[in-house]
Write a protein that binds this ligand. Sequence first.
Ligand SMILES: Nc1ncnc2c1ncn2[C@@H]1O[C@H](COP(=O)(O)OP(=O)(O)OP(=O)(O)O)[C@@H](O)[C@H]1O
Length: 400
Amino acid sequence: MAFLELQELTKSFGKTRAVERISLGVERGEFLTLLGPSGCGKTTVLRLVAGFEQPDAGHILLDQEEITTRPANRRPMGMVFQSYALFPHMTAEQNVAFGLRLRRLPPALIRQRCEELLALVGLAERARSYPHQLSGGQQQRVALARALAVEPKVLLLDEPLSALDAAVRVTLREEIRRIQQQLGMTVIYVTHDQEEALAISGRIAVMARGRLEQLGTPEEIYRRPRTVFVAGFVGASTRLSARLERAVEGRCRLDGILLRVPPQPELSDGSAVLLVVRPELVTLCQLNEASGAAADGGGQRQGQENVLLGTVELRTFLGAVTRFRVRAAGGQLFTVDLPGLQAGTLVPGQRVRLSFPPEACLVLPLEETGSGVTALPVPEWPAGTTGQPGPEREPQPEHA
Ligand SMILES: Nc1ncnc2c1ncn2[C@@H]1O[C@H](COP(=O)(O)OP(=O)(O)OP(=O)(O)O)[C@@H](O)[C@H]1O
């Protein structure tokens, strides 16, 4: 049994089923993140663990003890909220000392503990500052120190960084991870930000509509999403609706083009599937406009698999990579990330050869209904980008 066990937790608010039969175990010293879109029930799970809400059904066990109905003030938990919730009339030190004073610890011990904790969160110099004299990031550090002061067995963090600006968010998330590892703290962290979840977590529990979609390490969630929802929610990807022709051999038909994918022995021939391809696993090669040959001379290379022709529609500089949106001849939209120099001079309107190895394709079965397969979500695209419409002359697909 795990250190903290959630068993079949269910909670409704009126007609809203906020949490539905959530079961998961958090190991001692683990950093587990609940990740999902707004309204999926993350905060409700956290509040059930903290004891601020009572489940309609299910059990919570901590260190093998049932705590499902134990009041919040008798659970050994610390909580940090999105809004820093510091006492405004108390200094940083007094805020951190609050819980220790309630426990009537000797003043010298309280002082020493506050000093240690403020040093741990990098605020040793600001012990006498009031919240209004501190930045948002510094206030959240105080809130973290205050939550840690009472030595909780589990630290619960509810979107603690979402009110902060991007640079502070990144610094503070690294700090939180460092402190968690230094103290060997058990943490449940709630966020809707998939990048943050991938960066900070030991394991991630992806939630949708009150249910647990997938539980795994960041690498597992990113590389091997098990559901269409997880594939679409975590990380950028190209998602293509296709049909398996020969499942055992890994052959798939995408709008008349035969693609090779990893063998799918557990699926049957003719199954509707979703192909998921991460943007960094696709390569682009500029085509020479006059001859239609690739700039590297390999446009029609014999035997190369999963090659499509297309046109660049958007180019977005993202720093370490440049992201392209490429419209393939069959109309499919691909998201492609090229590092630094490889992005070269590719601009919207240019014709390209697009390719990806079979191993880059993740194959997820799609549920078929009477009216067709599950509708595909539109691929996300960074906000604020601009692009030109593709050229009138569409390139022809290369047929396998
Ligand atoms: N006290 C409440 N009364 C009524 N409905 C509630 C209450 N708390 C949550 N809900 C509903 O339960 C569902 C799950 O809410 P919850 O806050 O757990 O989601 P969340 O994933 O944390 O979302 P967000 O990231 O927006 O906070 C939502 O539909 C929400 O409106």
